[in-house]
Write a protein that binds this ligand. Sequence first.
Ligand SMILES: C[S@@+](CC[C@H](N)C(=O)[O-])C[C@H]1O[C@@H](n2cnc3c(N)ncnc32)[C@H](O)[C@@H]1O
Length: 270
Amino acid sequence: MSSFSAHNIRFPDGTVTMPSQDHLLSDVPWCQGAKRVLTLLYGNEIRGKQIADLGCLEGGYALEFARMGFDSLGIEVRQSNIDNCLEVKRRAGLANLDFVKDDVWNIAKYGPFDVIYCCGLLYHLDRPREFVKLMGQQARDAIIVNTHFAPWDWYPTSEFQLSKIERHEDLPGRWFLEHDATNDTEREKLKWASWDNKRSFWPTKEALLESIREAGFDLVFEQFDVLGNILANGTSDATMRNHRGVFVGIRTSALQGRGASASQVSPLGS
Ligand SMILES: C[S@@+](CC[C@H](N)C(=O)[O-])C[C@H]1O[C@@H](n2cnc3c(N)ncnc32)[C@H](O)[C@@H]1O
Protein backbone atom coordinates (compact mmCIF):
# COMPACT_ATOMS: atom_id res chain seq x y z
CA MET A 1 0.00 0.00 0.00
CA SER A 2 1.32 3.48 -0.86
CA SER A 3 0.45 6.59 1.12
CA PHE A 4 -3.01 8.08 0.57
CA SER A 5 -3.11 11.24 -1.55
CA ALA A 6 -6.60 12.64 -0.90
CA HIS A 7 -9.10 10.42 0.90
CA ASN A 8 -8.88 10.62 4.67
CA ILE A 9 -10.94 7.69 5.89
CA ARG A 10 -11.69 6.60 9.44
CA PHE A 11 -12.04 2.86 10.09
CA PRO A 12 -14.05 1.13 12.82
CA ASP A 13 -10.87 0.68 14.91
CA GLY A 14 -10.43 4.50 14.98
CA THR A 15 -7.40 4.65 12.68
CA VAL A 16 -7.37 7.02 9.70
CA THR A 17 -5.61 6.91 6.33
CA MET A 18 -4.24 10.50 6.47
CA PRO A 19 -3.53 11.41 10.10
CA SER A 20 -2.11 14.82 9.10
CA GLN A 21 -5.47 15.97 7.69
CA ASP A 22 -7.89 17.79 9.97
CA HIS A 23 -11.05 16.50 8.29
CA LEU A 24 -12.43 13.27 6.89
CA LEU A 25 -13.63 12.73 3.32
CA SER A 26 -17.04 11.91 4.77
CA ASP A 27 -17.25 15.52 6.06
CA VAL A 28 -16.42 17.30 2.81
CA PRO A 29 -19.36 19.15 1.19
CA TRP A 30 -19.12 17.16 -2.07
CA CYS A 31 -19.54 13.90 -0.20
CA GLN A 32 -22.38 15.20 1.94
CA GLY A 33 -24.06 16.70 -1.13
CA ALA A 34 -23.92 13.35 -2.97
CA LYS A 35 -25.44 11.67 0.05
CA ARG A 36 -28.29 14.21 0.07
CA VAL A 37 -29.12 13.41 -3.57
CA LEU A 38 -28.98 9.66 -2.89
CA THR A 39 -31.20 10.02 0.16
CA LEU A 40 -33.62 12.11 -1.86
CA LEU A 41 -33.75 9.32 -4.45
CA TYR A 42 -34.17 6.33 -2.20
CA GLY A 43 -35.02 7.43 1.35
CA ASN A 44 -34.73 4.37 3.54
CA GLU A 45 -34.88 1.94 0.59
CA ILE A 46 -31.19 1.98 -0.23
CA ARG A 47 -30.39 -1.63 0.58
CA GLY A 48 -29.87 -3.65 -2.60
CA LYS A 49 -29.39 -0.58 -4.78
CA GLN A 50 -26.19 -0.58 -6.83
CA ILE A 51 -23.86 2.35 -7.26
CA ALA A 52 -20.63 2.71 -9.24
CA ASP A 53 -17.91 5.19 -8.22
CA LEU A 54 -15.84 5.93 -11.33
CA GLY A 55 -12.14 6.76 -11.08
CA CYS A 56 -12.50 6.08 -7.38
CA LEU A 57 -8.85 6.83 -6.41
CA GLU A 58 -8.56 5.53 -2.84
CA GLY A 59 -12.16 4.41 -2.52
CA GLY A 60 -13.37 6.95 0.04
CA TYR A 61 -16.61 7.84 -1.73
CA ALA A 62 -17.35 4.21 -2.60
CA LEU A 63 -16.90 3.39 1.08
CA GLU A 64 -19.31 6.13 2.17
CA PHE A 65 -21.94 4.82 -0.25
CA ALA A 66 -21.46 1.28 1.12
CA ARG A 67 -21.87 2.69 4.63
CA MET A 68 -25.22 4.15 3.49
CA GLY A 69 -26.26 0.62 2.47
CA PHE A 70 -25.57 0.60 -1.29
CA ASP A 71 -23.87 -2.27 -3.06
CA SER A 72 -20.95 -0.11 -4.00
CA LEU A 73 -18.37 -0.76 -6.71
CA GLY A 74 -15.34 1.47 -7.23
CA ILE A 75 -13.61 1.35 -10.63
CA GLU A 76 -10.03 2.56 -10.79
CA VAL A 77 -7.34 2.10 -13.42
CA ARG A 78 -4.11 2.68 -11.46
CA GLN A 79 -2.51 -0.19 -9.59
CA SER A 80 -1.23 1.91 -6.66
CA ASN A 81 -4.68 3.43 -6.19
CA ILE A 82 -6.49 0.10 -6.41
CA ASP A 83 -4.05 -1.33 -3.84
CA ASN A 84 -5.18 1.40 -1.46
CA CYS A 85 -8.83 0.68 -2.30
CA LEU A 86 -8.36 -2.99 -1.43
CA GLU A 87 -6.76 -1.96 1.85
CA VAL A 88 -9.82 0.22 2.53
CA LYS A 89 -12.10 -2.72 1.79
CA ARG A 90 -10.14 -4.97 4.14
CA ARG A 91 -10.09 -2.48 7.00
CA ALA A 92 -13.70 -1.34 6.56
CA GLY A 93 -14.97 -4.92 6.72
CA LEU A 94 -18.04 -4.32 4.54
CA ALA A 95 -19.33 -7.11 2.30
CA ASN A 96 -21.24 -4.62 0.11
CA LEU A 97 -18.07 -2.74 -0.91
CA ASP A 98 -16.00 -3.86 -3.88
CA PHE A 99 -13.36 -2.55 -6.25
CA VAL A 100 -12.12 -3.48 -9.71
CA LYS A 101 -9.01 -2.37 -11.53
CA ASP A 102 -10.18 -1.32 -14.97
CA ASP A 103 -10.59 1.54 -17.39
CA VAL A 104 -13.94 3.28 -16.84
CA TRP A 105 -14.66 2.95 -20.55
CA ASN A 106 -15.25 -0.74 -19.73
CA ILE A 107 -18.04 0.03 -17.24
CA ALA A 108 -20.54 -2.05 -19.24
CA LYS A 109 -18.70 -5.18 -18.07
CA TYR A 110 -19.95 -4.46 -14.54
CA GLY A 111 -23.28 -2.66 -15.03
CA PRO A 112 -25.95 -1.61 -15.17
CA PHE A 113 -26.15 0.24 -11.86
CA ASP A 114 -28.93 2.22 -10.23
CA VAL A 115 -26.68 5.27 -9.84
CA ILE A 116 -23.31 6.29 -11.22
CA TYR A 117 -21.13 8.67 -9.23
CA CYS A 118 -18.58 10.37 -11.48
CA CYS A 119 -16.43 12.73 -9.43
CA GLY A 120 -13.17 14.20 -10.64
CA LEU A 121 -13.13 11.97 -13.71
CA LEU A 122 -15.03 13.46 -16.65
CA TYR A 123 -12.52 16.28 -17.06
CA HIS A 124 -9.83 13.63 -17.55
CA LEU A 125 -11.53 12.19 -20.65
CA ASP A 126 -11.22 13.25 -24.28
CA ARG A 127 -14.72 12.18 -25.36
CA PRO A 128 -17.00 13.45 -22.57
CA ARG A 129 -20.18 13.41 -24.66
CA GLU A 130 -19.68 9.76 -25.58
CA PHE A 131 -18.86 8.95 -21.97
CA VAL A 132 -21.98 10.68 -20.60
CA LYS A 133 -23.98 8.67 -23.16
CA LEU A 134 -22.32 5.50 -21.87
CA MET A 135 -23.22 6.46 -18.31
CA GLY A 136 -26.79 6.95 -19.51
CA GLN A 137 -26.79 3.37 -20.79
CA GLN A 138 -25.34 2.06 -17.53
CA ALA A 139 -27.31 4.03 -14.92
CA ARG A 140 -30.94 3.07 -14.40
CA ASP A 141 -31.95 6.02 -12.23
CA ALA A 142 -29.35 8.77 -11.93
CA ILE A 143 -25.86 10.10 -12.47
CA ILE A 144 -24.01 12.57 -10.28
CA VAL A 145 -21.22 14.30 -12.18
CA ASN A 146 -18.77 16.44 -10.23
CA THR A 147 -16.49 18.06 -12.79
CA HIS A 148 -14.68 21.08 -14.15
CA PHE A 149 -16.26 22.68 -17.20
CA ALA A 150 -14.96 25.17 -19.76
CA PRO A 151 -15.71 28.81 -19.04
CA TRP A 152 -17.06 30.79 -22.01
CA ASP A 153 -15.08 33.85 -21.02
CA TRP A 154 -11.50 33.71 -19.98
CA TYR A 155 -11.29 34.54 -16.30
CA PRO A 156 -7.98 36.45 -15.86
CA THR A 157 -6.60 34.14 -13.20
CA SER A 158 -8.02 30.75 -14.20
CA GLU A 159 -6.26 27.91 -12.46
CA PHE A 160 -5.93 25.97 -15.69
CA GLN A 161 -4.19 26.34 -19.03
CA LEU A 162 -7.00 25.67 -21.48
CA SER A 163 -7.29 26.09 -25.24
CA LYS A 164 -9.53 28.68 -26.80
CA ILE A 165 -13.16 27.59 -27.27
CA GLU A 166 -13.30 24.83 -29.88
CA ARG A 167 -15.89 22.34 -31.08
CA HIS A 168 -15.34 18.66 -30.38
CA GLU A 169 -17.95 15.88 -30.44
CA ASP A 170 -20.07 18.74 -31.82
CA LEU A 171 -19.92 20.51 -28.44
CA PRO A 172 -18.29 23.79 -27.46
CA GLY A 173 -15.49 23.45 -24.93
CA ARG A 174 -11.78 23.74 -24.30
CA TRP A 175 -8.88 21.30 -24.37
CA PHE A 176 -6.72 20.64 -21.32
CA LEU A 177 -3.25 19.11 -21.56
CA GLU A 178 -2.99 16.17 -19.15
CA HIS A 179 0.50 14.73 -19.34
CA ASP A 180 3.25 13.51 -21.60
CA ALA A 181 3.88 10.11 -20.07
CA THR A 182 5.36 7.68 -22.55
CA ASN A 183 5.05 4.42 -20.61
CA ASP A 184 3.03 2.68 -17.88
CA THR A 185 5.56 3.37 -15.14
CA GLU A 186 5.33 7.10 -15.79
CA ARG A 187 1.54 7.30 -16.02
CA GLU A 188 1.16 5.04 -12.98
CA LYS A 189 2.92 7.72 -10.94
CA LEU A 190 0.44 10.42 -12.01
CA LYS A 191 -2.11 9.27 -9.46
CA TRP A 192 -4.84 11.78 -10.31
CA ALA A 193 -4.45 12.09 -14.08
CA SER A 194 -5.99 10.64 -17.22
CA TRP A 195 -4.98 7.21 -18.44
CA ASP A 196 -4.86 6.64 -22.24
CA ASN A 197 -5.55 10.15 -23.46
CA LYS A 198 -2.94 12.88 -23.11
CA ARG A 199 -5.40 15.74 -23.37
CA SER A 200 -8.95 16.09 -22.17
CA PHE A 201 -11.93 18.01 -23.49
CA TRP A 202 -13.96 20.15 -21.08
CA PRO A 203 -17.40 21.06 -22.47
CA THR A 204 -19.02 24.32 -21.41
CA LYS A 205 -21.57 24.00 -18.62
CA GLU A 206 -24.55 24.16 -20.96
CA ALA A 207 -22.99 21.56 -23.29
CA LEU A 208 -22.43 19.26 -20.36
CA LEU A 209 -25.97 19.69 -19.04
CA GLU A 210 -27.36 19.01 -22.53
CA SER A 211 -25.18 15.87 -22.81
CA ILE A 212 -26.78 14.63 -19.59
CA ARG A 213 -30.27 15.39 -20.89
CA GLU A 214 -29.63 13.67 -24.23
CA ALA A 215 -28.28 10.63 -22.35
CA GLY A 216 -31.85 10.03 -21.16
CA PHE A 217 -32.17 11.96 -17.88
CA ASP A 218 -35.27 14.16 -17.92
CA LEU A 219 -34.44 15.94 -14.64
CA VAL A 220 -31.13 17.77 -15.00
CA PHE A 221 -29.78 20.30 -12.55
CA GLU A 222 -26.69 21.84 -11.00
CA GLN A 223 -26.42 21.17 -7.28
CA PHE A 224 -25.46 24.37 -5.50
CA ASP A 225 -25.83 23.34 -1.86
CA VAL A 226 -22.33 21.79 -2.01
CA LEU A 227 -21.01 25.37 -1.92
CA GLY A 228 -22.31 26.04 1.59
CA ASN A 229 -22.97 29.79 1.46
CA ILE A 230 -23.97 30.01 -2.21
CA LEU A 231 -23.74 33.80 -2.51
CA ALA A 232 -20.36 34.11 -0.82
CA ASN A 233 -18.68 30.99 -2.13
CA GLY A 234 -20.40 30.91 -5.52
CA THR A 235 -18.94 34.30 -6.43
CA SER A 236 -15.56 33.90 -4.74
CA ASP A 237 -12.33 34.23 -6.66
CA ALA A 238 -11.50 30.58 -5.91
CA THR A 239 -14.77 29.39 -7.45
CA MET A 240 -14.37 31.62 -10.49
CA ARG A 241 -10.85 30.32 -11.08
CA ASN A 242 -11.90 26.71 -10.61
CA HIS A 243 -15.02 26.53 -12.83
CA ARG A 244 -16.24 23.31 -11.32
CA GLY A 245 -19.71 22.11 -10.39
CA VAL A 246 -21.92 19.17 -9.50
CA PHE A 247 -24.40 18.21 -12.23
CA VAL A 248 -27.16 15.70 -11.62
CA GLY A 249 -29.29 13.75 -14.07
CA ILE A 250 -32.28 11.78 -12.83
CA ARG A 251 -34.73 9.59 -14.75
CA THR A 252 -37.94 10.57 -13.01
CA SER A 253 -39.84 7.65 -14.57
CA ALA A 254 -37.71 5.25 -12.55
CA LEU A 255 -38.61 6.93 -9.30
CA GLN A 256 -42.39 7.18 -9.32
CA GLY A 257 -43.69 6.51 -5.82
CA ARG A 258 -40.37 5.86 -4.15
CA GLY A 259 -38.77 9.25 -3.63
CA ALA A 260 -37.90 10.23 -0.07
CA SER A 261 -40.16 12.44 1.97
CA ALA A 262 -38.59 15.80 2.77
CA SER A 263 -38.00 14.80 6.39
CA GLN A 264 -35.76 11.92 5.31
CA VAL A 265 -33.33 14.14 3.46
CA SER A 266 -30.38 15.19 5.59
CA PRO A 267 -30.42 18.93 6.31
CA LEU A 268 -27.77 21.24 4.91
CA GLY A 269 -24.49 21.14 6.75
CA SER A 270 -25.26 18.00 8.69
C1 LIG B 1 -8.74 13.60 -9.91
S1 LIG B 1 -8.80 11.93 -9.40
C2 LIG B 1 -10.41 11.89 -8.63
C3 LIG B 1 -10.56 10.77 -7.65
C4 LIG B 1 -11.88 10.63 -6.93
N1 LIG B 1 -12.96 10.27 -7.82
C5 LIG B 1 -12.21 11.87 -6.15
O1 LIG B 1 -13.04 12.64 -6.62
O2 LIG B 1 -11.63 12.08 -5.10
C6 LIG B 1 -9.07 11.01 -10.93
C7 LIG B 1 -9.10 9.52 -10.72
O3 LIG B 1 -9.58 8.88 -11.90
C8 LIG B 1 -8.72 7.82 -12.24
N2 LIG B 1 -8.82 7.62 -13.68
C9 LIG B 1 -8.45 8.49 -14.66
N3 LIG B 1 -8.77 7.99 -15.87
C10 LIG B 1 -9.33 6.77 -15.64
C11 LIG B 1 -9.85 5.76 -16.49
N4 LIG B 1 -9.85 5.90 -17.82
N5 LIG B 1 -10.37 4.65 -15.92
C12 LIG B 1 -10.37 4.50 -14.58
N6 LIG B 1 -9.88 5.41 -13.72
C13 LIG B 1 -9.37 6.55 -14.25
C14 LIG B 1 -7.34 8.27 -11.75
O4 LIG B 1 -6.44 7.20 -11.61
C15 LIG B 1 -7.72 8.94 -10.43
O5 LIG B 1 -7.84 8.02 -9.39
